[in-house]
Design a protein around this ligand. Structure first.
Ligand code: SF4
Length: 477
């Protein structure tokens, strides 16, 4: 008589935070699926629930512990359910997580993603486990999320991690502490990986890193130290050109660049490489030189605007977006007025504005005596929102009547009777289609209406079908 076959375990991953975290979640999903697990649709259906945390966003701790409290009640009903916490908060709080939530089965950090399955097996065999590597020790194949099996929601797009860590020291940011210094992935390996993705039908890649435009500086430095006659310099512009030249890749995006490292050769590569999208996300954070200096951002408002003007002069129809922090410790009314002035002058297509919230372990969090009162921050935030939305609406109205290339992303979340597509400038366009169009389809749409956060349009024609299979295994290059 044959042994009864145990049903495959089902996993659910909840991601809090940035694209790097979402990318890590895809890799964890890929590793779980390679281990025979299948995706669950909700917590009640899941044998393993992973909370992939972020300590960059506001209230990260509260959100994590609130969610863990809910999971505890599920686990009380179903003791076999396993709870895993990964990501930046795990890296930062380490044992503190299991001290506050002893029912958590496994905690692993940002440098352990490649071990997700192995650690889960160990926690089953050995009992609750916390495993946090202080820094990356694996070789390239294991080190970078892109070099591991991946499960992606949309098969036509892929994120490719080109670099991890950050060499900067922005006073508000915990990333250098939890992700370590910059390490760039080898150039040729990246290009091969993108070629493999294109062969599998991916048409759009987003190059990911904390400070993408310094990509490669460590590689050239290492080569020079090894005796090669090379100039120490970033290789990001070269990478944009090489990835943009891969056959089948029609759109290349990247996030995030640092304004101080935005070099003329990157602007030139964007302008001259047809596949690189006309979208620049350039986080300014503040318009006050005093605040920018306190943040250690390494540029002034004037220098930032000069770089923006240089990019707009060279890249035709460039959309520009940004991040702005309101209420950094010590921000005065005058500082804030300068942020409003910069936001108006920069004429952003859209912006993410954040209310400053302290992250334990950062320099800014120590400036307790300079915290700005919450009501003052809230009023400033509302004033900034008005300026940003006015600018976004003006930019979007300028596009009415234009024909835009969009890639279909699926039914609109708010109105499933229409489709949503994304333009090269990263704008969402909602439009009706008599035929169902597969995610990843390229189409031409005439823009008919505009709002601050989206466009509406009329489908003119489908220009290319989606090429990807539904599920794409990502192989290391
Ligand atoms: S550049 Fe600054 S904000 Fe960005 S990851 Fe590095 S330290 Fe954080």
């Amino acid at each position: 008589m044959s042994e009864p076959v145990e049903p495959a375990k089902r996993y659910l991953i909840r991601t809090f935070g940035c694209q790097m975290n979402e990318h890590d979640s895809e890799r964890i999903a890929g590793l779980f699926e390679a281990d025979g697990m299948t995706a669950a649709t909700d917590v009640d259906d899941a044998d393993v629930v992973v909370l992939n945390t972020c300590c960059i966003r506001e209230n990260a701790d509260n959100k994590l512990y609130g969610t863990l409290g809910h999971l505890k009640s599920v686990k009380d009903r179903r003791p076999g359910m396993e709870i895993v916490v990964s990501g930046c908060l795990a890296q930062k709080d380490q044992e503190g997580i299991r001290e506050r939530a002893p029912y958590v089965d496994l905690v692993f950090g940002t440098h352990n993603v490649h071990q997700a399955t192995e650690l889960l097996h160990r926690s089953r065999a050995e009992g609750p486990l916390t495993e946090i590597l202080a820094e990356t020790v694996a070789d390239d194949h294991e080190l970078f999320p892109s070099a591991m099996p991946a499960h992606r929601e949309h098969g036509h797009t892929a994120w490719v991690t080109i670099q991890i860590g950050c060499d900067n020291s922005c006073a508000f940011c915990i990333v250098p502490a939890v992700r370590g210094g910059e390490i760039s992935r080898p150039f040729d390996r990246l290009v091969h990986e993108v070629a493999d993705l294109a062969a599998a039908g991916v048409t759009e890649v987003t190059l990911l890193g904390q400070n993408v435009n310094s990509y490669g500086r460590d590689l050239t430095l290492a080569a020079r130290q090894a005796g090669d006659d090379v100039r120490v310099r970033p290789l990001f512009a070269d990478l944009l050109r090489a990835v943009g030249a891969v056959e089948g890749i029609r759109r290349v995006r990247y996030t995030s660049p640092h304004p101080k490292d935005l070099r003329p050769e990157t602007i030139a590569a964007m302008a001259e490489t047809a596949a690189v999208c006309e979208h620049l996300h350039l986080p300014v954070q503040s318009g006050s030189d005093r605040v920018l200096a306190a943040m250690h951002r390494g540029y002034t408002a004037e220098r930032y605007l000069e770089k923006l003007a240089a990019a707009r002069a060279e890249i035709v129809d460039l959309a520009v977006t940004t991040d702005i922090i309101v209420g950094f410790p010590g921000e005065t009314d005058h500082d804030f007025e300068q942020t409003l002035a910069l936001a108006a002058a920069a004429e952003y297509d859209s912006a993410y504005s954040f209310i400053y919230s302290p992250r334990a372990g950062t320099e800014a969090a120590e400036l307790v005596d300079r915290y700005v009162p919450a009501d003052v921050i809230a009023a400033r935030f509302d004033r900034l929102k008005v300026v940003l939305e006015r600018s976004a609406l003006a930019k979007h109205r300028d596009r009415i009547g234009r024909v835009e290339e969009v890639v279909v992303e699926g039914p609109s979340r708010k109105d499933p009777s229409v489709l949503t597509g994304r333009t090269r400038q990263n704008k969402l366009v909602h439009f009706a289609s008599a035929e169902p169009l597969r995610v990843g389809t390229f189409a031409e749409v005439e823009v008919t209406d505009a709002a601050p956060h989206f466009l509406r349009g009329r489908l003119l024609e489908v220009t290319a079908s989606a090429r990807h299979r539904t599920r794409i295994p990502v192989a290391a290059g």
